[in-house]
Design a protein. Structure first.
Length: 424
């Protein structure tokens, strides 16, 4: 947005800030929040505090630094109000889980470590955050964030103290952080319609089991080497000799990989499905849905633990749907998903949900390139969470303006350049 567009939106933004930042106790802090949001939305390559303050007529670098990095206002109620405000407007078809990385120099920025950095496509020095987004075919927005604390920070008292990491925050796997977010959102009265995620999460049997335990449906990507049994396979208990413990039921045949099982059905078993309109017309490919039972040591142990809580285990692994894509011109299937949605879920609906994750790529483009999500230069836990909350608020405000009838707020630069025919 240029300066004229930001000025035109001032009245609407003031009402938005008054509502979303109502939990912030001081009037001057709310005013700084309004100022910071305008700085994030205003055109400019860099959205760190100094250049934003220079571009704003009422920008004061020292005041904004204090508001973001030292002020004690709680970002959680602000995010909660954003969620309560945005979910009804978006009417999400799914919640999408992902993580985003922030390349960093040095080792003192909170939770920074040498780890896989998606922004660079390799291991590098960076921060990583887990996010959950409400998504539909027409709009999306982040609901909540968790900063991933690497193992090396768990007991590094010097860095933890300098970064201001709370004592009760330690290392926690990303899939657990995602489940924590679902639990927090549930405490806010928000129910996930369906969860979608890439293979980094979908591959994890514990993550899938955690969703099922919470009664949450999912359509999650997996790698082609995940092993499964056909749905009609049944475990058989070997004959008991009369000595020792009775042998547990086992599947007689070894499981096969998802790729082998899918390819064995042949291309003729795949049906053409269109899932949304792209910039060049309907997006189509060929898909097959199979009922399977995920195998592997961890899947077996989780199934056994769940069953023994209610009684004895008969050795039967839970049944889910394997969704497979075989694009035109490909020599073999290319993409795979697992879903615990009801068996009678239409193939077209499974495909639509599997593919709906494109919306969060749209979010990240706007959050990063348009609103400076990764431009924060502070090092503290407090500063990072304040900045991310403010960026989320700016994104929510712009999304509201685009969803509003006869919206007069221009799309951000990242939105203008996006390829899908529908804007956020």
């Amino acid at each position: 947005m240029d300066a004229h567009e930001v000025e035109r939106a001032r009245a609407k933004l003031a009402l938005f800030v008054a509502d979303v930042f109502a939990s912030v106790p001081r009037k001057d802090q709310r005013a700084k929040g309004d100022c910071y949001l305008r700085g994030l939305m205003l055109d400019g390559r860099r959205k760190s505090i100094q250049p934003m303050a220079e571009r704003l007529p009422d920008g004061n670098e020292q005041n904004l630094q204090q508001f973001v990095n030292q002020s004690t206002w709680d970002p959680v109620p602000v995010r909660r109000r954003i969620v309560q405000r945005m979910v009804p407007q978006i009417g999400p078809d799914a919640w999408a889980v992902d993580d985003v990385s922030f390349p960093k120099d040095g080792k003192m920025s909170v939770a920074v470590a040498r780890q896989y950095c998606g922004a660079l496509g390799k291991r590098a020095n960076c921060q990583v955050a887990v996010s959950v987004h409400a998504v539909s075919d027409a709009a999306s927005c982040p609901l909540q964030w968790r900063l991933f604390v690497p193992q090396e920070w768990a007991h590094d008292e010097v860095r933890r103290r300098k970064a201001g990491i709370p004592e009760d925050i330690g290392h926690r796997e990303k899939w657990r952080l995602a489940l924590d977010i679902f639990d927090e959102l549930a405490g806010w009265g928000m129910v996930a319609p369906v969860v979608v995620a890439d293979a980094g999460y979908g591959q994890n049997a514990d993550f899938r089991a955690g969703l099922s335990e919470r009664g949450i449906g999912y359509v999650v990507a997996i790698r082609s080497d995940v092993t499964v049994h056909p749905h009609d396979a049944r475990p058989i208990a070997p004959a008991w000799s009369g000595n020792g413990r009775r042998p547990q039921p086992r599947y007689r045949d070894k499981p096969s990989s998802a790729s082998v099982l899918a390819a064995g059905h042949g291309r003729q078993a795949f049906s053409e499905v269109a899932w949304r309109e792209g910039s060049r017309g309907p997006m189509r490919s060929h898909f097959l849905a199979l009922r399977v039972r995920p195998a592997g040591v961890r899947a077996r142990r989780l199934a056994q633990a769940a069953a023994t809580q209610e009684g004895s285990w008969d050795g039967v692994l839970p049944e889910v749907t394997l969704l497979v894509e075989w694009p035109e011109g490909a020599d073999a299937p290319t993409d795979y998903w697992l879903s615990n949605l009801p068996e009678n879920t239409p193939l077209a609906e499974l495909v639509r949900l599997a593919k709906i994750r494109w919306r969060i790529e749209h979010d990240y483009r706007e959050l990063k390139h348009g609103l400076g999500l990764d431009h924060f230069e502070g090092r503290s836990w407090t500063g990072w969470h304040h900045h991310v909350t403010l960026v989320t608020a700016a994104h929510a405000f712009l999304t509201e303006q685009r969803l509003a009838p006869k919206a007069d707020t221009a799309d951000s630069p990242s939105t203008r350049s996006s390829t899908p025919s529908r804007t956020c």
